[in-house]
Design a protein around this ligand. Sequence first.
Ligand SMILES: Cc1cc2nc3c(=O)[nH]c(=O)nc-3n(C[C@H](O)[C@H](O)[C@H](O)COP(=O)(O)OP(=O)(O)OC[C@H]3O[C@@H](n4cnc5c(N)ncnc54)[C@H](O)[C@@H]3O)c2cc1C
Ligand code: SF4
Length: 512
Amino acid sequence: MACVRLILGDQLNDRHSWFQHVDPKIHYVMMEVRSETDYVKHHAQKVIAIFAAMRALADHLRQQGHSVHYFKISDALNRQNFAENLQLIFSKVKATRFEYQEPDEYRLDEELLRFARSCGLPFEVKSSEHFLDTRLGVSQHFQPQAKRWLMESYYRVIRKKTGYLMDEDGSPNGGKWNFDTENRKPWRGSPPLPKSWDFSHNHLSLWQEIQKAGVKTFGEPSADSFPWPLNRREAKTQLKAFVERGLPHFGDYEDAMHSTSDRLFHSRLSFALNVKMLSPREVVEAAIAKQKANPKEISLAAIEGFVRQIIGWREYIRGVYWAKMPDYRDGNNLQHEMPLPRWFWDGETQMNCLRHCLGQSLSTAYAHHIQRLMVIGTFCLSAGIHPRAVEQWFLGVYIDAFEWVELPNVIGMSQHADGGFLASKPYLCAASYIGKMSDYCSDCVYNPKDRLGPNACPLNVFYWDFWLRHQHRFSNNPRIGMAVRQAKAMKPEDKKAIRERAEALRAKLDHI
Ligand SMILES: Cc1cc2nc3c(=O)[nH]c(=O)nc-3n(C[C@H](O)[C@H](O)[C@H](O)COP(=O)(O)OP(=O)(O)OC[C@H]3O[C@@H](n4cnc5c(N)ncnc54)[C@H](O)[C@@H]3O)c2cc1C
Ligand code: SF4
């Protein structure tokens, strides 16, 4: 009897029940393959981080006594895809059984199921033991025919189920489920930013190996001072540092942006979470324990905002993905067709907010939520970029981008391409919001106050053009009626000028 167990690159949970006992008849297989590096062009740091973290887990398991077969990207025997490499190992160990953990991506779920059914061995698909809910938990909570599934309603169920931030009588701590309105302060240099808790690894030789293998990437590799955690010990260090230094101000400045900091008080835990080096439970419990011990330093609003992202948004997004794939990825409800401008690949635009957010994404493989949603996402939505082009860029660029979490965030939350299923209103802003929440506008060639004229901020032009173009679709939406009414009330000559200016900008989008 020999069992082969496949571990995917985002299943790096060394506490999975698989590893509780060492059994010489069980062979673990891990592989760096071109089918995974090439399905979209990835940021260099993403490829380095995943390979380095996979290698670290393989070493750890071997040290524990497990049998691990590892295909490096450069190995001559590596056939560069799951099916052929698995067959090689099946022959080598004379496998009689195949097991793998539930993949989180639809693409891989299909591919592995097809392989398992045709490989001629009995097989079993195990839980990855990572999430709080099952794949189908969200869809079971809502009516299948409902036009929209509101995250807030699902979040309350998870709060009750887990007991996080709940009083003994079943009511939420502080008498409120959601303290979102208290999390909207701009940051103007105070309180001081926490000392960075990033790492500084040297991965030059791995980076050279990746390049030599011919893997095409983009973005800054930062191989000689690599900042991301690559094993569980480092991920726990990152969590501890965030809880001590970032969490106290996380809630207040969650929506703030600033040119001097790419993260402000955000955790940057998404990579460690998404490759499963950390579990959502331990992250949330560490944060709640810290708040309980320091209620004066960490407000209920701060902790609730953080917990909601993880047990609410993250689980809900995953549930939407599994309920709506594969059709969801092709959503283009607003019929946007423009290609991405070229400066998405080098950050070279005159719009200071975008130059910062794109430049930072290309150099660090990271942007925080508001930069993704209200700067990059707003631009794409209001300019009318094809949602699939936006989605593919987001999938490649961020260190934490795995399709199950990235795709609904882009297609649904950011580009409103699912017809409002996930978000009840389009997330869209003009320069007034960017100016209020950041310092980007103070150093921009464009005028944030103008919506017309040669120097008018392009985001203002596109913002009003969006409401003019889509006024009929949104005029009955109570959450955005005001913007539509203002657009409708414009003088005809202003409407015409905005539409023309927007078209002129679209015609030279590569050069704004
Ligand atoms: C257009 C767009 C694309 C996104 N793509 C991704 C992606 O590819 N991968 C990804 O993990 N997140 C994605 N997000 C969600 C969110 O922006 C990132 O999780 C967050 O910025 C990661 O940084 P952080 O760890 O510092 O987060 P923090 O702000 O410190 O938040 C803590 C954790 O909450 C979770 N979280 C917060 N918001 C969300 C959300 N909307 N959906 C799911 N989890 C959330 C993450 O696990 C995050 O690590 C996207 C959001 C938008 C608007
Ligand atoms: S003026 Fe407009 S383009 Fe310039 S930073 Fe402000 S919002 Fe961005």
